[in-house]
Design a protein around this ligand. Structure first.
Ligand SMILES: [Zn+2]
Length: 116
């Protein structure tokens, strides 16, 4: 009982495992259907994804909250001593031969690295 991809978006689609639709109980012949009527209430599946969600197997899955937006990440790249080697507060230069492994707390001004 084949249905085609259009069926999911069709007003006539029966949403019934034993019946494709009232016009073509066995499913339309071929890859397109002359009786296809777009259901205005159905979102086109492959075109649109809300922010923070993606389609997997045709189902909309919410992504876990990203800790940083892209903008914040870019700012982090610009200012974080991990990337600049310099304290964003006072400009203290972290010694290159003794770099902190995780937290880049500044010994000069007390700036605390809370990004990790
Ligand atoms: Zn500092």
């Amino acid at each position: 009982m084949p249905k085609i991809t259009e069926c999911d978006r069709c007003l006539l689609f029966a949403h019934n495992p034993h019946l494709v639709c009232a016009v073509h109980p066995e499913g339309p012949k071929g890859n397109s259907c002359l009786d296809f009527r777009a259901d205005p209430n159905t979102e086109p599946i492959e075109l649109w994804e809300p922010e923070g969600a993606s389609y997997y197997d045709g189902k909309l899955i919410l992504q876990p909250q990203q800790r940083f937006t892209t903008e914040e990440k870019l700012e982090l790249l610009d200012t974080h001593p991990l990337f600049t080697g310099v304290c964003p507060e006072c400009g203290y230069r972290f010694p290159k031969d003794n770099l902190p492994a995780v937290h880049w707390d500044c010994p000069e001004c007390g700036w605390v690295d809370d990004s990790v």
